[in-house]
Design a protein around this ligand. Structure first.
Ligand SMILES: Cc1ncc(COP(=O)(O)O)c(C=O)c1O
Length: 372
């Protein structure tokens, strides 16, 4: 039996120390498996690898890597911001943003279950002395402006200073309602707070809603965009915002050990992704939709089709008395994380550029034999 953490880490050791992949059917290896754990599992395409090989590079800590600079400019233009900063990961990008907006003793407001307050190892508190204030998102995933207003601290020495509101789009694969996002930002900004958007999958939101990415974040002071998720790059995110903010963020990136030298070889992947892989996200969304509908039609599985808006499918499963799902699916060539929860459990499936519509048959077959 494998834990979802083991599966998330990409390999799972059994209790006796042997590797789970030893159990894979002979004709499969981890390159030919259908991996539905996340959109971070994609491998760089031929075109992307060629762009890497041909990238012009320099030492980016000295500011002279032309490919990194080109990526930063392109991302900033797409997001409608003054400047950009290429960083190693989404987590580093968000942390650079928090460290650059807030000081020790400041507080930021974020949603329960949003990535920054939930899945980033408490980095802002650990490294920046910045405390989180969690608000429970509304049913649509956005934060309620009334609750935001009520949670902003008065200027009183008893309290941490409310400094920043962190929003997320997409959230759990859902495109956030633009009016709700703007209303949340408005109330924060009226009280002098800054607004950061974790737009790890902002391009999914842009494509799914038919809106320019810059319009989705026009209210935000700063935005983080991941290149290594649906956009298919092996590594990297871009943090965008005002030029003076990016100067501070660059210093914080160095502090975090994120100053990279001939990073153009990586930035080339990001540039390639922005040039070639945005519109194609529509294929991932269509594949997710088709798979969601097929799974929802099976007895024992329920998918909320309304929330299947981009590349994530959330499945409700009655796992009572059944064998471990991920181990079963592995034997059908499917890698997925185990559902969370006992009995009535929830599983997440994520489509991406290495998932093709023909793979849906094996996923459906795998579930059918598990439910049998
Ligand atoms: C919404 C969101 N933000 C940020 C991150 C962090 O990105 P990274 O894994 O590159 O640190 C993730 C990762 O999955 C994410 O889903």
């Amino acid at each position: 039996m494998f834990t979802s953490l083991q599966l998330c880490l990409g390999r799972a050791l059994q209790p006796d120390g042997s590797d789970m992949y030893a159990k894979m059917p002979k004709q499969l290896n981890s390159n030919t498996m259908v991996d539905l754990r996340s959109d971070t599992v994609t491998r760089p395409s031929e075109g992307m690898r060629l762009a890497m090989a041909q990238a012009e590079v320099g030492d980016d800590v000295y500011g002279d890597d032309p490919t990194v600079s080109a990526l930063e400019e392109k991302a900033a233009a797409l997001l409608g911001k003054e400047a950009g900063l290429f960083v190693a990961s989404g987590t580093q990008s968000n942390l650079c943003a928090l460290l650059s907006h807030c000081g020790r003793g400041d507080e930021y407001i974020g949603g329960l279950g949003y990535h920054i307050p939930t899945y980033e190892a408490g980095g802002a508190a650990v490294l920046g002395g910045i405390s989180p204030r969690h608000l429970r998102p509304m049913a649509n995933g956005c934060l309620d402006p009334v609750e935001i207003e009520a949670s902003i601290q008065p200027d009183d020495p008893h309290f941490a200073m409310s400094r920043l509101l962190c929003l997320e789009n997409t959230f759990n694969g859902r495109v956030q309602d633009q009016a709700a996002m703007t209303a949340a930002a408005d109330v924060a900004q009226r009280h002098g707070l800054l607004v950061h958007v974790d737009g790890a999958r902002l391009m999914n939101a842009a494509v799914a809603s038919g809106t320019q990415a810059c319009d989705l974040v026009s209210f935000a002071d700063t935005v983080s965009l991941c290149l290594s998720k649906g956009l298919g790059a092996p590594v990297g995110s871009v943090l965008c915002g005002p030029a003076d903010f990016i100067v501070r963020a660059r210093r914080n990136r160095k502090l975090l050990g994120g100053g990279m030298r001939q990073a153009g070889v990586l930035a080339a992947c990001g540039l390639y992704a922005l040039d070639n892989n945005i519109e194609r996200l529509a294929d991932d969304h269509a594949n997710a939709r088709e798979l969601a509908e097929r799974l929802n039609s099976m007895d024992g599985l329920v998918v909320d089709l309304e929330t299947t808006q981009t590349n994530m499918i959330w499945l409700k499963i009655d796992a009572t008395g059944r064998s471990p799902l991920s181990a079963h699916m592995l034997e059908h060539g499917i890698i997925m994380s185990d559902p969370s929860g006992e009995g009535q459990a929830v599983a997440r499936l994520v489509t991406h550029m290495d998932f093709e519509s023909r793979h849906a048959d094996s996923v459906v077959d795998g579930f059918a034999s598990w439910l049998d």
